[in-house]
Design a protein around this ligand. Structure first.
Ligand code: NAD
Length: 545
């Protein structure tokens, strides 16, 4: 494709966060989504690999099912063979020169088109796929597979423009410039199951900056990943820029990380997997053409700490919304709460009353607040934690599981007297909140406990009306969370408003959907041009007195 033949300096369309639709009874979006859900229940696409724009069906297939109805197959998907992974590397290498030579505004135009397609004609499809494939309620799907993706695509374009505007100063007689080159190697994008938006962002952020990519989606989110890819192609993403390679993670990863042209990894998922990739990259360092960029957002053990001055009603709502929305499977989900003795009876009773009202089931029934957890592996892991809690702590609400039709885990509230109890330390990734009740007089000590209890540092929040207490929390918990909330739950980060990412064992904190993240996908070239070069080699100081 040739570039847009414009000599004007193009100004971007204005960027605002995509409004969240309500899906209330009687709205057109509700009718459209219900119709799309009903149709998708019977469709069952046969999902291929897409390499260099070509669909490849390997014949080695897996079935995707609905977590809330595990007998229902939503799609069949083809798994990559080693030769397909090598073909994906070649396709991304072949596409790189052309894609990198596009004017950046033309690359941006693809994403802006994709954002508008999603805002309009593709919205119901991507939301329905996320509801059926990942068991999100309509609201959880809307804020993920519609709004967050649209925001990633529109805001990243704006952030890229800001970055490109960063240019060096020039002295007289010269012109200094920074050329933001895409990486000279492919970017490996590996996405988790829990956000359709992460799958959409991991390959497209590097692509915007001129990189070509190999995208391995999670098998448990294959349906929404497939519709995302189709949308991007419809928006004009050229063949070879995003090569879609689902399959066995370890095999695919081993091949990609052993390749000379591996330029970087854009990962979101668990800490253990990211650590293993980092080790492999370290061991392969002699192989690569360039030092690879390693970007990973990983696990969390997200906290709420309430001061005695906090509003008990607000704390209880934060526990319920922060802990149980999307079945506690947000990386930012609240999973440990520290409540002062004086506030605990009211917080507990309010939370228990709300939990008793929560409806859980098939997201097709819009009255449900929760769906099922993603798969059998997650169900078994969470059930193990619940069994432990029944023995070693007090289960105040929930604690039950049912896998008859889907992977359902009740919203669970646990109380422990042991601040180092494993349910306060380990990532569970399910609808389980563990509370520790502290003596009101031990506020500062409790903040230190919160800071030191888990290896993660992703999100956390403090509830307090006393401003000195808020200041204490800022000071003591400064390194305990990459996203910190005051009098708000620790979930619900919005692109452009709360750039997302954590430190310690929670990742490299490159803040998805921000300029910081985009800088990782460029290798800056500094250019100095001298207008009239000197023709005399001697300097004036060398002249005779
Ligand atoms: P996961 O680590 O199991 O899988 C993530 C991706 O890695 C998937 O595509 C998976 O197939 C792949 N993978 C698995 N084994 C691999 C291997 N050996 N080599 C390379 N890739 C491999 O995580 P998940 O269950 O999909 O997602 C949940 C995890 O993701 C939680 O730990 C959660 O905290 C984290 N998460 C973090 C953020 C964040 O921004 N920090 C956001 C979402 C999810």
């Amino acid at each position: 494709m040739s570039s847009f033949p414009s000599t004007g300096i193009r100004r971007l369309p204005p960027t605002v966060n995509e409004p969240i639709k309500s899906y209330a009874p009687g709205t057109p979006e509700r009718a459209e989504l219900k119709a799309r859900l009903a149709a998708m229940e019977t469709e069952c696409p046969d999902i291929p690999l897409v390499i260099g724009g070509k669909e490849i069906r390997t014949g080695i297939t897996s079935k995707a099912t609905s977590p809330h109805k595990h007998g229902h197959v939503t799609a069949t998907w083809h798994r990559a063979r080693p030769e397909d992974v090598h073909a994906a590397i070649k396709a991304s290498n072949d596409a790189r020169k052309e894609w990198a030579s596009w004017k950046w505004e033309d690359r941006a135009g693809v994403l802006l088109t994709a954002a508008d397609l999603l805002s309009g004609p593709h919205r119901a499809t991507l939301n329905a796929a996320t509801m059926l494939g990942q068991s999100k309620t309509v609201f959880q799907a809307e804020i993920d597979s519609a709004c967050e993706i649209i925001d990633f695509w529109r805001f990243n374009v704006q952030f890229a423009e800001q970055l490109f505007h960063e240019q060096p100063i020039s002295g007289p007689g010269m012109w200094n410039q920074t050329d933001y080159r895409g990486l000279e190697g492919f970017v490996y994008a590996i996405s988790p199951f829990n956000f359709t938006a992460i799958g959409a962002n991991l390959p497209t952020a590097p692509a915007l900056m001129g990189c070509t990519t190999v995208w391995k989606p999670a098998g448990t989110a294959i349906l929404s990943a497939w519709y995302t890819l189709q949308l991007l192609h419809e928006a004009g993403m050229p063949p070879g820029v995003i090569n879609f390679v689902p399959g066995d993670a370890a095999t695919i990863t081993d091949i990609l990380l052993a390749d000379r042209d591996f330029g970087g990894v854009h990962f979101t998922g668990s800490t253990a997997v990211f650590n293993s990739m980092w080790k492999t990259i370290g061991a392969n360092m002699g192989t690569y053409k360039s030092y690879p960029r390693i970007v990973g957002e990983t696990g969390g053990k997200d906290f709420l700490v309430a001061h005695p001055s906090a509003d008990a009603a607000a704390v209880a709502v934060a526990i319920v919304r922060g802990g149980y929305e999307y079945q506690g499977q947000k990386c930012s989900a609240l999973s440990r709460a520290y409540i002062p003795k004086s506030l605990w009876p009211e917080v507990r009773d309010r939370a228990l009353a709300m939990i008793a009202e929560i409806k859980m089931g098939d997201p097709n029934d819009f009255r449900n607040f929760m769906g099922a957890v993603i798969d059998k592996k997650a169900y078994t892991r969470i059930a193990g934690y619940l069994a432990d809690a029944k023995k070693n702590a007090t289960v105040l609400a929930g604690g039950g599981c049912d896998d008859t039709t889907g992977w359902f885990v009740q919203p669970t509230l646990i109380q422990t007297d042991d601040p180092s109890y494993r349910l306060l330390c380990e990532e569970i990734f399910g609808p389980v909140v563990t509370a520790y009740v502290y003596d009101d007089a031990k506020w500062l000590e409790t903040l230190q406990t919160v800071d030191q209890t888990s290896p993660y540092a992703l999100t956390g929040c403090v509830f307090a009306r006393d401003k000195d207490a808020v200041a204490d929390a800022h000071r003591e918990l400064r390194n305990a969370a990459g996203n910190f909330y005051v009098n708000d739950k620790p979930t619900g980060a919005t692109v452009g408003q709360q750039p997302f990412g954590g430190a310690r064992a929670s990742g490299t904190n490159d803040k998805a959907g921000s300029k910081l993240n985009l800088t990782r996908w460029v290798s800056a070239r500094t250019v100095k041009e001298t207008f009239v070069p000197p023709v005399e080699w001697r300097y004036p100081f060398m002249s005779a007195e």
